[in-house]
Write a protein that binds this ligand. Structure first.
Ligand code: THU
Length: 133
């Protein structure tokens, strides 16, 4: 694991601590990196209705898009769990909109991390959709 990735993990842990998750008590932090090396953070924001909850990954995407960035190379996602947790299906699809080959680093608060390509977690996200008759 590179030094830079360790820094991204530390920053994702900081943002996870700011998550608003009074219902699940499951705090998620994400740091998205663009092609210029700029970073954008996100955390989960829950709601009394449950269904309106915003995941950390999509929160980071919204922050980045609002800041004018659209080309992403990597996302680091952290949770305070024994095993690093995987992004939900909705977040995988939203990440794939911008780069289906994005690097995904999943980490916990205690130094364990796993590395994937988004295409491994979500194969063929848009196959066939764009060439409909
Ligand atoms: N959560 C995320 O922020 N990202 C995911 O990929 C999975 C789940 C949040 C949503 C909710 O606030 C809590 O984790 C429990 O599902």
């Amino acid at each position: 694991m590179q030094d830079i990735d360790n820094k991204l993990i530390t920053s994702a842990i900081d943002v996870a601590r700011r998550a608003y998750a009074p219902y699940s008590n499951f705090h998620v932090g994400a740091v998205l990196v663009d092609t210029e090396g700029k970073t954008f953070v996100g955390c989960n924001v829950e709601n009394l209705s449950y269904g309106l909850t915003i995941c950390a990954e999509r929160s980071a995407i919204c922050t980045a898009i609002a800041a004018g960035s659209r080309e992403f190379t990597k996302i680091v996602i952290v949770t305070d769990t024994k095993e690093p947790a995987s992004p939900c299906g909705a977040c995988r699809q939203v990440l794939a909109e911008f780069n289906p080959e994005m690097e995904i680093i999943l980490a916990n608060f205690h130094g364990k991390s796993l590395r994937f390509r988004l295409s491994e977690l979500l194969p063929r996200p848009a196959a066939g959709i764009l060439d409909r008759p």
